[in-house]
Design a protein around this ligand. Structure first.
Ligand code: ATP
Ligand code: MN
Length: 150
């Protein structure tokens, strides 16, 4: 039924809870899984102040931060890929830069996935909220079915 799914992750514990359900979907016949991480460009831009304190050239400093973030993300994505791989399924990893919810919606469209599977919360600290802002924006604006894992 859900032959191709998108699993966006910020590598937080709540987002990792969704992996169990991605596995269940794989057992139920999912053929293709895209694991997506979005480098939040606003979050990155906010670090420019810190770069200033360190007395570094802001642009160079941001480029360096982005590069490091990418390296860590690539490793984390590979780890998740290993967990999800099997003979029956094709697993792809992807890194994008932008606004997380917008990129998630965009990639879901572009790849024409049948389902988006994501956590209710992420790295954010406001755990008392029903769901995080990325999840909320995705379900508000995407036309795709979404499975929110709590
Ligand atoms: P907020 O960001 O509003 O402080 P939060 O961090 O607790 O809240 P969200 O960011 O909405 O919660 O995270 C919910 C889910 O959205 C995560 O479990 C993950 O699946 C997905 N997600 C969040 N950020 C990203 C990201 N940068 N790239 C890919 N997926 C993400
Ligand atoms: Mn978040």
């Amino acid at each position: 039924m859900f032959s191709k799914i998108l699993y966006p992750t910020d590598f937080s514990e709540p987002s990792k809870k969704a992996i169990r359900y991605v596995k269940k979907l794989r057992e139920a016949g999912t053929k293709e899984i895209i694991i997506l991480h979005v480098i939040d460009e606003h979050e990155l831009a906010m670090m420019i102040e810190g770069c200033g304190w360190l007395g570094k050239d802001p642009n160079e400093c941001l480029e360096e931060l982005e590069k490091k973030h990418r390296e860590v993300a690539e490793k984390e994505l590979e780890k998740i890929k290993k967990k999800l791989m099997s003979e029956e399924v094709k697993v792809k990893t992807q890194i994008e830069k932008g606004t997380p919810s917008k990129k998630i919606i965009e990639i879901a469209e572009k790849e024409n996935v049948a389902l988006i599977v994501m956590g209710s919360h992420g790295k954010g600290v406001l755990k008392e909220l029903l769901i995080g802002s990325v999840s909320e924006n995705v379900i508000r604006h995407t036309k795709k079915p979404v499975l929110i894992v709590r």
